[in-house]
Write a protein that binds this ligand. Structure first.
Ligand code: C2O
Ligand code: CU
Ligand code: CU
Length: 429
């Protein structure tokens, strides 16, 4: 709905029932439905308002992951929505086209709320992306792929007690809430907007016949140019847009392959890193719509200017803490000056998998243990994997929104770790 130049979306968090596995009957949570929520879509320059109503019987929040916006609109743990209430944040979209998402963020309960089914995509468009010959017919050759793992008991109910050191690892992989999904491919090129919306599991995506695909975008938007890959790793919260070419009548399966997360063998098993999982079967029709060839260049991303850095900070992730502190809603850990550039050195001093997510900004990965990042980490990111003992150098620019009273978060996006306190708060002033 458009009202006074503002696009208004309605989302209602509710309890529902879903038959996800054959014959099953699970209590699930969804937004405007029984499981997950609608894809929201807005254009750079557009003003949006989201009316979020909570019809659950406990408080929750809704956070716009990857969005550049005022802290009071962020939907973090300080913007709780009590049962029966509606929260209506409003902001103007001011960032490049990207595949973002939304999910709850109540402190200490984020894992459970996401696992029960709250979440969805938030796609942003802009003129640069729209001018490129990319697949963009939503649901036809531009497909949302929200990947989550869950566990079910014999009656098909969701099991959310199978928690291990790193959080819940399920044995059933769902795409957009569906088990065993099949995509009927009707074009030569298909764009898959991959989101790892799992609470703890990482995926190393590839195709069953080992075909190459082109990665065109990371968390915060288009890469400089398409990158040819056979595997792309997404840890919880990360996104990648990939384009796959198929011939008429072909089938292939998007799979998650065993991956090296830098862990010992035992931990690789307990985190699911050793698993092979079928994610999505792609089944091409006998005749395919022609697709334009991918452009050689996608986006202009200015190199990070290290000379302009105003502040350098260090973050060590270890034992569910960051810099030895556990999250405290009443403690501000860092104060950032608006319209400045900072360098954040982040490292995992722990033999467990962690990643690092920052609210409000899209950052650049400048170095991985002193070396330039691989091409899939060369674009805008808001969440990045941190292997044990590895040090990442991130460049961040904090623009426009200052509020001394309301913090943004940074945290590990393995949601059990976040819930356990591996999170800190910063204000931009
Ligand atoms: Cu996607 Cu602070 O989270
Ligand atoms: Cu976020
Ligand atoms: Cu972690």
């Amino acid at each position: 709905v458009r009202r006074d130049g503002v696009t208004v979306f309605d989302l209602t968090a509710q309890v529902g029932r879903s038959a996800i596995v054959p014959g099953g009957d699970a209590e699930t949570w969804g937004l405007n439905g029984a499981l997950l929520g609608p894809t929201l879509r807005a254009r750079r320059g557009e003003s949006v308002q989201i009316d979020v109503t909570n019809e659950l019987d406990e408080a929750t929040t809704l956070h716009w992951h990857g969005m550049h916006l005022p802290a009071a609109a962020d939907g973090g743990p300080h913007q709780m929505i009590e049962p029966g209430e509606t929260w209506s944040p409003r902001w103007r979209i001011d960032q490049p086209a990207a595949t973002l998402w939304y999910h709850p963020h109540p402190h200490g309960a984020t894992e459970r709320h996401v696992y029960r089914g709250l979440g969805g995509l938030f796609i942003l468009d802009d003129d640069t992306e729209s001018a490129l010959p990319l697949p963009r017919r939503y649901g036809i050759d531009d497909i949302p792929v929200i990947v989550q793992d869950k566990s079910f008991d014999r009656r098909g109910r969701l099991v959310d007690t199978s928690r291990r050191d790193n959080g819940m690892i399920g044995d059933t992989v769902l795409v957009n809430g569906t088990a065993g999904p099949i995509l009927e491919v009707t074009s030569q090129l298909t764009r898959l907007r991959l989101l790892n919306a799992s609470t703890a599991r990482s995926y190393s995506f590839g195709f069953s016949d080992d075909r190459e695909f082109s990665m065109i975008a990371s968390d915060g938007g288009l890469l400089r140019e398409p990158v040819a890959l056979k595997r792309v790793r997404l840890t919880p919260g990360e996104r990648a847009e990939i384009v796959v070419r198929m011939d008429p009548g072909e089938t292939t399966t998007l799979r998650s392959y065993p991956q090296d997360l830098g862990l010992s063998n035992g931990r690789s098993r307990s985190t699911g890193a050793a698993d092979t999982l079928d994610v999505l079967l792609l089944d091409a029709a006998g005749r395919l719509d022609p697709s334009a060839a991918l452009p050689a260049r996608l986006a202009t991303i200015a190199p990070f200017d290290e000379a302009s850095v105003a502040e350098t900070r260090e973050f060590e992730l270890r034992n569910n803490r960051i810099n030895r502190e556990s999250m405290d809603m009443n403690r501000i850990d860092d104060v950032v000056t608006v319209d400045t550039t900072e360098l954040w050195e982040v490292w995992n001093g722990h033999r467990q998998p962690h990643n690092f997510h920052v609210h409000d900004v899209q950052f650049q990965v400048l170095a991985v243990d002193g070396s330039p990042p691989p091409p899939e980490l060369s674009g805008w990111k808001d969440t990045v994997y941190l292997p044990p003992d590895v040090r990442l150098r991130l460049g961040l620019r904090f623009t426009r929104y200052a509020d001394p009273d309301v913090p943004y978060m940074y945290h590990c996006h393995l949601l059990w770790h976040e819930d356990q306190g591996m999170m800190g708060q910063f204000v931009v002033v």
